[in-house]
Design a protein around this ligand. Structure first.
Ligand SMILES: O=c1ccn([C@@H]2O[C@H](COP(=O)(O)OP(=O)(O)O[C@H]3O[C@H](CO)[C@@H](O)[C@H](O)[C@H]3O)[C@@H](O)[C@H]2O)c(=O)[nH]1
Ligand SMILES: [Mn+2]
Length: 765
């Protein structure tokens, strides 16, 4: 299949970015942090009873630990660059790829957005007979199914149009943002108008049915949905479109299947991980491709060559007989500017991890190897990449597979084929597998099997992605990171506000679930095949939730000290160290943002958002975990609300990338509601303001009797910094509507702030 002659140029290259200057900056910051800690500790030894210094010492120890992890992670960044143009001369028969998309709620995830992502998948630059697209709908919505059916009709126009004209961005809502250039031929313009008209027709149809779903009642194809409730319905599997010609022609549209697994009330469905495992099974029965791409429903393909890019990595590995790469992860990029900080984090921390054992799995934009998902370890493979004889005996022994993969004969056969890298025997039609697909969708199909435990997407955490990736790395596999420009996938992030808080809390709680479960990286290095630095990388991500406590305390300390008339910061040289630390850190992070083309404003918003999300949202994840341990409540996956952006073209703040950016009028404006999330932030701002006011009203008191040999200036500066970082809250106190903090939150926070002030003063008397 692959031409292995070494005279041909490689399909991909690993690029390592060692930057000695950045290492020096990282180490300098680390050195400064350690010297500060040491100084605090020395003073603590002398005056043991100073609680403020104990708290500050503990917080700073935590921050130093985090920075130590960051320094280790960023030490040797790397990524892959692929050369898809070289594929054709080297590979005569490209491998098949099954593409998975999950959706869960037709209201929070508008079907037209799902349709666009699906269309971008169907139109990728890859032979149509090697692709199949599977959509899992946890919402069991006739509207979603209807939209997908309509999309498959439109795909017959869209896919050939994209391939013929070599369109780059193959999600119509994005593509039609721009008009064709004046230099284009009149034939193209005519085609363009026709396709746009057809797309608009599709949108209208979806809109009409959204307004009146009874329109579908008469259609027999929708019978399965009548009486179906979101959380109470049988399995539905529908072959929306089958590429019966079985050719890879440019005119052809890949297979397209809609599935919705059985749901019953009071039954744990394991959220996205459960949906992914059903996708794996159904696709195993139908097409059984050796590679699987998965995307979230809002993450459309922004680079038509993406499948070829990923295959470059897998195929080059097979040329080199290096078999350790389990998955290829593309970064999650976004078409809105709500996630600039995530983009920066991926670019630096993500590349750092990519240089160790490989990137963590991010849940979307990732190509997995089916065999690895079936639980095999790197040791199970022989030199030629096939199962070793011991592994063959273990896995394929009579009864073992049924015990692990469930009682469907067809499923077991497909697993045997996948493990031995053989395709399924040719079916005459996809619909032949419908019955078997229904069977593997039953609620209890997974009972007593290894699904979610050692095979497939892992259960037990709402961040199933990090969990599953960790499971794979712990079995000795590596992963690869490619970050093409323009980005391969683009999605949406909720703006700063309630939705973002819910999402961040879910993430932080999901990570803590992993930190304390049996796959914890704390033990993975010693008992499994997780590399040491990789376990540190996981530790960095998994401890996000825990950071909330030192961050909260540290934000309150300046105010407390000012009110309590005591010193927070050391004086003299060590005050200089703190100022230098803050300065270097600001410049360093600012440089990270600007080097990726982001603005100073975006940097500032991100710094502020980090403080807000850790003190306001991650804090609750600790509560979630405690309640879960006590058996009082379970962590749930609340789907993030996605909105279809207005299709108006305008240029955005980032220098890059696409053919026109979406407008973002309220960029950076923070939204509030009455939820408890906004209580800690409001409290911090009120307390800090009170301290500042107290300090300016009674300056004599401060200068005369300030204990700890500090004038209070440093603490006052600390307070100003806190207020600046929580600026959205300060503004929120004066705004109305969704940008204003509700009175109920304000009054609760004010009450707590009064208690805090009294408490701080109380100590003085
Ligand atoms: O019960 C569920 C819940 C969610 N989903 C799907 O999961 C995807 C991600 O959900 P979303 O609400 O967009 O979560 P995010 O927090 O934005 O997603 C990030 O975080 C998740 C948890 O770590 C990962 O699964 C995602 O891939 C990653 O993009 C979406 O396609 C949903 O439709 C389901 O299929 N079933
Ligand atoms: Mn999302």
């Amino acid at each position: 299949m692959v031409e292995s002659s070494s005279s041909l140029p490689p399909l991909c290259e690993k690029i390592s970015y060692k930057n000695y200057f950045l290492r020096a900056v990282d180490l300098t910051i680390l050195g400064l942090l350690f010297s500060l800690l040491l100084h605090r500790y020395r003073i603590l030894l002398v005056k043991q009873s100073d609680n403020v210094w104990v708290v500050a010492f503990l917080c700073e120890s935590f921050f130093t630990f985090v920075w130590l992890l960051i320094t280790c992670i960023k030490w040797s960044p790397a990524e892959y660059k692929s050369y898809p143009d070289r594929l054709d001369e080297r590979v005569h028969d490209l491998p098949s790829v099954d593409m998975f998309l999950t959706t869960a709620d037709p209201v929070r995830e508008p079907p037209i957005l799902v349709v666009n992502t699906v269309l971008s998948l169907l139109a990728v630059n890859y032979p149509a007979n090697k692709l199949a697209c599977y959509v899992s709908d946890d919402g069991c919505s006739p509207l979603t199914y209807f939209s997908l059916k309509e999309a498959s009709k439109f795909a017959k126009i869209w896919v050939p149009f994209c391939k013929k004209n070599n369109v780059r961005v193959r999600a119509p809502f994005r593509y039609f943002l721009n008009h064709p250039a004046a230099t284009e031929s009149s034939e193209f313009s005519k085609d363009w108008d026709m396709v746009k008209w057809e797309y608009e027709k599709l949108c209208r149809k979806v809109e009409d049915v959204t307004g009146d779903s009874h329109l579908l009642d008469a259609d027999d194809d929708f019978k399965a949905f009548s009486n179906a409730k979101r959380n109470d319905h049988s399995t539905i599997v529908k072959v929306v479109w089958e590429n019966k010609a079985g050719v890879g022609d440019k005119e052809e549209v890949p297979h397209f299947v809609y599935i919705s697994r059985e749901k019953r009330p009071n039954y744990l469905h394991n959220y996205k991980a459960g949906a992914m495992n059903f996708l794996v099974r159904v696709s195993g029965l139908m097409t059984n491709a050796p590679y699987m791409l998965n995307v979230d429903c809002d993450m459309y393909v922004n680079e038509a060559d993406v499948v070829r890019q990923a295959m470059c990595i897998f195929l080059q590995n097979s040329i080199l007989n290096s078999k350790s790469c389990a998955f290829v992860q593309f970064p999650q990029d976004f078409y809105d500017s709500n996630a600039d900080e995530l983009t920066v984090l991926q670019s630096y921390v993500g590349r750092g991890i990519a240089g160790i054992q490989g990137p963590t799995y991010a849940g979307s934009g990732c190509f997995h190897t089916r065999r690895v998902m079936y639980g095999i370890s790197l040791d199970d493979l022989g030199d030629d990449g096939s199962l070793s004889s011991v592994a063959t005996r273990n896995y394929l022994a009579e009864g073992n597979l049924a015990r692990e993969f469930g009682n469907s004969k067809e499923m077991v056969t497909s697993v045997v084929n996948a493990l031995q890298r053989k395709p399924n025997p040719q079916h005459s039609s996809l619909t032949d597998s419908l019955e078997a697909a229904q069977e593997v969708g039953h609620c209890h199909y997974e009972n007593q099997t290894s699904w979610g435990k050692t095979i497939g997407w892992l259960y037990g955490s709402t961040t199933e992605d990090v969990h599953t990736g960790l499971g794979i790395h712990s079995r000795g596999w590596t992963s690869s990171y490619i970050s093409p420009d323009p980005p391969a996938f683009l999605g949406a992030m909720p703006p700063g506000g309630p939705e973002a808080m819910v999402q961040q809390r879910r993430w932080a709680a999901g990570m803590l679930e992993i930190l304390f479960n049996k796959r914890s990286p704390l033990i993975g290095t010693f008992f499994r095949k997780l590399r040491f630095r990789q376990s540190l990388a996981y530790l960095y991500i998994l401890t996000w939730g825990l950071r909330s406590i030192p961050e909260l305390f540290y934000c309150l300390l300046p105010a407390y000290c000012l009110l309590h008339n005591t010193a927070l910061f050391p004086k003299g040289v060590y005050l200089g160290i703190i100022v230098t630390l803050v300065g270097i850190h600001c410049l360093y992070t600012l440089w990270e943002f600007m080097s990726l083309g982001f603005s100073v404003q975006s940097w500032f918003i991100s710094q502020s958002f980090w403080r807000i999300k850790s003190t306001c949202s991650w804090l609750f994840s600790i509560l979630d975990i405690i309640l879960q341990f006590l058996g009082i409540s379970e962590n749930v996956f609340i789907v993030t609300k996605k909105t279809m952006p207005e299709t108006r073209s305008e240029s955005g703040s980032r220098k890059s990338q696409q053919e026109g950016d979406f407008p973002n009028q309220d960029c950076g404006k923070f939204e509030f509601d009455g939820s408890l999330y906004f209580l800690p932030g409001t409290f911090i701002v009120l307390v800090t303001l009170a301290a500042l006011v107290g300090c300016s009203v009674g300056p004599q008191r401060l200068s005369h009797s300030h204990r700890g040999n500090s004038s209070g200036m440093a603490e006052a500066c600390g307070c100003v910094l806190v207020v600046v970082l929580f600026l959205p809250f300060l503004k929120g106190m004066f705004e109305k509507g969704k940008y204003g903090i509700p009175l109920s939150t304000l009054s609760k926070a004010a009450f707590l702030a009064v208690l805090f002030v009294v408490f701080s003063f109380g100590k003085l008397v």
